[in-house]
Write a protein of this length. Structure first.
Length: 132
């Protein structure tokens, strides 16, 4: 019985740490985004919500990026890539930058920049504005 309890605790802890969340600078006026708002921002359908111009960025962590696209944007990675290829090809939009962990720290010093991270990587000067 103890082994089962430990296994359940391990699975729950692992899941909680690997949870994908959307964050911004703690001083940003953005306090919460709905799933639909996140989709619209990351599909470049809008860039202003509640009169706030928002700069969405992408993680260069391939697994995290795939999870975000699948779970939040609700597309598979090929659909998302094709969607952006069309936007870039037609000249309508430029794809958001992909950042590594160090670049994310610098980018989130800007007030209305948003990016998805693993919840376990949360920092004190950031705030979560979307989580499932």
């Amino acid at each position: 019985m103890k082994l089962i309890n430990l296994l359940i605790l391990f699975i729950f802890t692992t899941f909680a740490q690997a949870q994908v969340v959307l964050v911004t600078n703690k001083k940003s006026e953005i306090n919460y985004l709905s799933k639909d708002a996140v989709k619209y921002l990351y599909l470049a359908k809008v860039n202003v919500i509640n009169d706030i111009k928002i700069n969405p960025l992408l993680s260069d962590d391939e697994n995290l990026h795939k999870r975000f696209v699948n779970e939040v944007i609700e597309k598979d990675i090929h659909q998302y890539s094709s969607y952006w290829a069309r936007l870039v090809f037609t000249g309508r939009k430029a794809i958001p930058r992909r950042l590594n962990k160090e670049e994310i720290h610098g980018a989130l010093k800007n007030l209305n920049t948003i990016i998805y991270i693993k919840k376990k990587n949360m920092k004190n000067n950031w705030k979560i504005i979307y989580e499932e």
